[in-house]
Design a protein around this ligand. Structure first.
Ligand code: PEP
Length: 251
């Protein structure tokens, strides 16, 4: 059986003292968990601190973004090689906040995905529709287009080497969660699309759900057949809540 995965996205939150407090409280409650892959994605300046705090815990490190260039005159940017050197295993690409606030289009996201893979990182490709797109009945077409951009560039082998996170934009940070049935329907659609290219890889690719996952709704979401875990924003900043979500995934 596929191991479930839970990845915490801290976004632009934390400080040296708060990061230490959070992990001091969180890591002991994760130590006994079996059959689940866990990671946290702190802001860039805290990657080294968090890498040291995670040592020996079995919890992996991830970053929230990368630049496609290896190095050079790109003020304020961070390369895949730098993330790898700091111990990152994962990197988020195409988070809806990057798409909406920083103008990242499907092609940019696909390039970041390919660059991350080439650097030996596991890209976590975020896809999802806005509320308006859902109301217009465009959810599946929109998610397909986001995936096709990556398939064109990296092929099914590439896409299947990463992780997909279905994150309906209307559910991110809003307190509103897709129902398990709504989420499952889109996860099934994603799985079917991958399977059209390669049934075995389609079945094996982890597809996480993200969007206001909390301790009290995680188990129902994770019980869906095509939901392989969660990408967690707000609740990943609270040790007890994140630990409960990880426990729900480990069941
Ligand atoms: C996210 O940022 O990826 C996310 C899912 O946030 P939240 O859990 O706060 O909705």
């Amino acid at each position: 059986m596929k191991r479930k995965q839970v990845i915490g996205n801290w976004k632009m939150n934390g400080d040296l003292a708060a990061n230490r407090r959070l992990l001091d409280e969180l890591l002991p409650s994760l130590a006994a968990l079996d059959g689940v892959e866990l990671a946290v994605c702190p802001p860039f300046p805290y990657l080294a601190q968090v890498a040291a705090l995670l040592e020996g815990s079995g919890v992996a490190l991830g970053a929230q973004n990368l630049n496609v260039a290896a190095k050079g005159a790109f003020t304020g940017e961070v390369s895949a090689g730098m993330l790898g050197e700091l111990g990152c295993r994962y990197v988020l690409v195409g988070h809806s906040e990057r798409r909406s606030l920083y103008g990242e289009c499907d092609e940019t996201v696909a390039e970041k995905f390919a660059v991350a893979l080439r650097a030996g990182l596991v890209p976590v490709l975020c896809v999802g529709e806005t509320l308006a797109q859902r109301r217009q009945g465009r959810t599946e077409a929109l998610v397909s287009a986001q995936l096709q951009a990556v398939l064109r560039r990296s092929g099914i082998e590439g896409l299947a080497a990463g992780v997909i996170a279905y994150e309906p934009v209307w559910a991110i940070g809003s307190g509103e969660t897709a129902s398990p049935e709504q989420a499952q329907a889109v996860h099934r659609h994603i799985r079917d699309l991958l399977a059209q290219h390669d049934p075995a890889r389609g079945a094996a690719t982890p597809i996480l759900y993200g969007g206001s996952v909390k301790a009290d709704n995680a188990a129902a979401l994770f019980a869906q057949p095509d939901i392989d875990g969660g990408l967690i924003g707000g609740a990943s900043l609270e040790a007890a809540a994140f630990a409960a979500i990880c426990q729900a995934a480990a069941r």
